[in-house]
Design a protein around this ligand. Structure first.
Ligand code: FAD
Length: 457
């Protein structure tokens, strides 16, 4: 019966409509993260807003949940028995150089926005991996490499086009729907499917930055130096460090191949000399095996972190730290090492990230001093039980420096629990999200995500 309802409701869809067993079904589901196998009842390859409207209405009629997937970098809940909307065909980007904004369709990645904006000397607030979907990154807050200077990506949203659970396409702005506008900027896709968004761009053609790859044995000294300089750095300088073992592969520079390193990431949109003054004590902490800090076009921002680009199984955990001291360094060094098949990343927050934007939004934990992110890559098979236990031991040991908060964008993979998502928001933000969710999606049609469940009737 539900198959008939679906076939009827999806008859006008312009993109492919695929069921289990159809040619192309598995390929349509394929995304970056291989750790969450999915078995949707139907996949709709949306070409635009009309297909999304049809998909949401069809799912409602057939009693199915709705999932959305752009690149598959952030899969958390498998879209099993659901209607999955894939958005990669709707990947357009339009830049307005006069208004300094970009219009970004649901399936576009930051790489496209960077390249469309660069000819005008403009840039979006992309993150460490420009290959992620711009819309979903922004719905989850969006912690960019220039966050300390410009704030969260969600702070720069001007308008969202959204298909809500009733199957209506709505234009959402601060004036039209203040509640939806607040919840969508930081609260993820809980109240609708975003078909496109308009974001502000910043004037920026070049960056100064790159990586300082120190031997892992120097991790303690490097972290100590970073802790001394990063919190006091001017907002235009963002710093982070990853403790990781590089894979022993030909694509990896020989100096790093198979080696455990403290990879310091430097990003500045200010004067190179100022940035060098800030990082001088870090450079003095040890001799880097490789130094890629230089002036670069903003389109090369992805080379600063050099996140993996090929699909892999991953699982990401997140913990926001509220203070940092020598004990934090000891805990990190004790738990991160060549034996681990996961990366431990510490990104310093503060600056504009701590300030609520003119139109407040749902982004949680603005007051954090730093965020710890663990991820299974670069190991292609994903984390073992032992790795997961080691990750947990690290996070447990860091608990005294945290109030238990997490950043939702850094929670991905099969091990994300409802309590992790809850930890993404302070109590007042969570209550407001639940209220808005209950008003706009009381049946929790949009639950294939970092879910904020509605109140039960
Ligand atoms: C290597 C790597 C580096 C990263 N770096 C950063 C970083 O620097 N800063 C940061 O903030 N995050 C970062 N992330 C996290 C990333 O921003 C999130 O995982 C984001 O959700 C990925 O979006 P996607 O569209 O690429 O992934 P997808 O897996 O396609 O989407 C993730 C989820 O978003 C929701 N969603 C997707 N599209 C829509 C839509 N149109 N409407 C409503 N809901 C939607 C769905 O619930 C979906 O399950 C990184 C992730 C990886 C793997």
């Amino acid at each position: 019966m539900s198959a008939l309802i679906l076939a009827d409701a999806l008859a006008g869809v312009a993109g492919p409509v695929l069921h289990p067993g159809d040619d192309g079904y598995a390929a349509e589901l394929a995304g970056f993260d291989l750790a969450v196998p999915q078995h949707p009842a139907v996949v709709v390859g949306a070409t635009g807003a009309a297909d999304v409207v049809a998909g949401v209405r069809a799912a409602r009629a057939a009693g199915l949940a709705v999932g959305v997937q752009a690149t598959g970098h952030g899969i958390t809940v498998p879209a099993d028995d659901a209607l999955l909307l894939t958005t990669r065909r709707a990947a357009g980007v339009r830049v307005d150089p006069v208004g300094r904004t970009a219009w970004i369709a649901a399936g576009a990645v930051w790489t496209s926005v960077l390249h469309e904006a660069a000819p005008y000397g403009l840039a979006p607030l992309a993150g460490s991996a420009p290959a992620v979907g711009a819309v979903s990154y922004t719905l989850g807050g969006g912690l960019g490499v220039l966050g300390r200077r410009y704030g969260w990506s969600a702070d720069h949203v001007r308008r969202l086009d959204v298909v809500t659970a009733d199957g209506e396409l709505r234009v959402v702005t601060a004036e039209s729907h203040p509640d939806l506008f607040w919840a969508l900027r930081g609260g993820g896709g809980n109240v609708g499917v975003v078909t496109a968004m308009q974001v502000g761009l910043v004037e920026l053609a070049e960056l100064y930055g790159g990586g300082l790859f120190f031997p892992g044995e120097a991790a303690g000294d490097v972290l100590t130096a970073l802790l001394a300089v990063a919190p006091q750095a001017p907002d235009e300088v963002s710093l982070s460090v990853a403790l990781m073992t590089f894979p022993d592969l030909p694509v990896v520079p020989p100096a790093l191949r198979g080696r455990f390193c403290a990879h310091v990431r430097v990003t500045s949109c200010g004067e190179p000399a100022t940035c060098e003054d800030v990082i001088a004590p870090v450079r003095r902490a040890a001799t880097p095996r490789l130094d890629t800090v230089r002036t670069m076009p903003v389109t090369a921002v992805g080379t600063i972190h050099n996140d993996p680009a090929t699909p892999r199984a991953t699982n990401s955990r997140s913990l926001v730290l509220h203070r940092l001291d020598a004990g934090t360094v000891e805990a990190l060094v004790r738990h991160a090492g060549p034996r681990n098949a996961f990366v431990v990343e510490l990104r310093f927050l503060g600056g504009a990230l701590a300030r609520e934007p003119a139109v407040p939004n749902a982004v949680g934990h603005r007051g954090g001093a730093a965020t710890v992110y663990t991820a299974a890559y670069p190991h292609p098979t994903g984390p073992t039980e032992a790795d997961a236990a080691a990750e947990q031991a690290l996070l447990d040991e860091l608990a005294p420096w945290s109030d238990g908060g997490a950043l939702v964008n850094f929670l991905a993979g099969p091990r994300v629990r409802p309590a992790d998502v809850r930890a993404g928001y302070e109590d007042d933000r969570w209550e407001r999200l639940v209220e808005i969710k209950t008003a706009w999606d009381p049946d929790n049609v949009f639950r294939i995500n970092h879910n904020v469940p509605p109140r039960s009737p």
